[in-house]
Write a protein of this length. Structure first.
Length: 309
């Protein structure tokens, strides 16, 4: 392993560790059904607004060039996925499910991202890859059904977490595609800046109207600065230095890191079912990301028609 690859691996570890705290910190900010704190909408939109303001300063200091006209559409899709879709779905869901529970479901995200990325780049996943994706989906669905039971709120929260996976996979795939033409940190910054006309007024409108404990504000501050901003810097830098194939494997430990953080921060309990399903999901992702993904065959080139005489 070269020094650059080693540095990239450590950047990747730092990024995954930052992202692993997102679910516990979100739960800390939104509270529980018995003791509600911030609304999920405020946490999601507020973190986008704060990170967007930081992005404006960063882009000005860095003298970043404006994106090309052809790049704005991809930035809008990226913003819709990682700035709005994933944060809104997870922030609303986290009031009704524990962070340990959510970590198991979100654990299938790397495989979903790989699948969306393959489709976006017109690649052809093998049957084995599709089989792993199907097994991972079944495992997550089974865990959600077993754990949610007949509670409608828990079922709705799991549905939101599944939607969050789709939003994040689309946002990561389009953001990764843009990172091939733009600096990676500029991608997330421009996506956040693009969202400011929506995130700022809605965050102000949904702001808390009553005093809240310090812990809730600390959780909110974390997801604003680290989950929505600095974490992407470390993660994308790691991918650039160490290579996507090598560094992306670090993501496999993210569900367990989230669980480990949830125990001391939220006093949640690790049980055999959660650990077992998490191991099964991680194993599925580990195998699936090693399955071959080939290029889709190009359309045949037609010979020019012979003009009739």
């Amino acid at each position: 392993m070269t020094p650059a690859e080693r540095h990239g691996l450590w950047f990747g570890v730092a990024g995954v560790a930052i992202f692993a705290l997102t679910l516990p910190m979100t739960r800390l900010a939104v509270g529980t059904p018995e003791a509600p704190l911030m609304s999920g909408m405020f946490v999601a939109l507020g973190r986008a607004a704060v990170a967007g303001a930081l992005s404006v300063l960063f882009l000005l200091v860095d003298r970043a060039p404006l994106p090309r006209r052809s790049e704005w559409r991809a930035l809008a899709i990226t913003s819709g996925g990682v700035v709005f879709g994933f944060p809104v779905c997870t922030s609303i869901a986290m009031r009704h499910v524990e962070a340990v529970h959510a970590s198991v479901i979100i654990g299938v995200l790397p495989l979903a991202t790989a699948l969306v990325g393959a489709l976006l780049h017109r690649q052809r996943p093998s049957r084995a890859f599709w089989a792993c994706a199907a097994v991972g989906s079944v495992l997550v669905a089974a865990f959600a059904v077993l754990r949610s039971g007949s509670a409608l709120r828990a079922q709705a929260a799991d549905a939101l977490l599944l939607a969050a996976i789709l939003f994040a996979a689309v946002g990561y795939a389009w953001g990764g595609r843009l990172s091939q033409r733009m600096r990676a940190e500029h991608v997330i910054c421009w996506a956040l800046v693009l969202a400011l006309p929506v995130s700022v007024p809605l965050a102000f409108w949904t702001r808390p109207q009553v005093p809240l404990p310090t812990g809730a504000w600390l959780g909110f501050a974390y997801v604003c600065v680290f989950s929505m901003w600095i974490g992407f810097f470390a993660w994308y830098r790691g991918l650039a230095l160490g290579g996507t194939v090598r560094v992306s494997q670090v993501q496999l430990v993210q569900p367990f890191l989230s669980m480990m953080f949830a125990v001391p921060l939220l006093h949640e309990r690790l049980d055999a079912m959660s650990v077992g399903f998490a191991l099964a999901v991680i194993a599925t992702v580990f195998v699936g990301r090693r399955m071959p993904v080939g290029r889709a065959s190009a359309p045949p080139v037609l010979a020019p028609a012979v003009e009739s005489r």
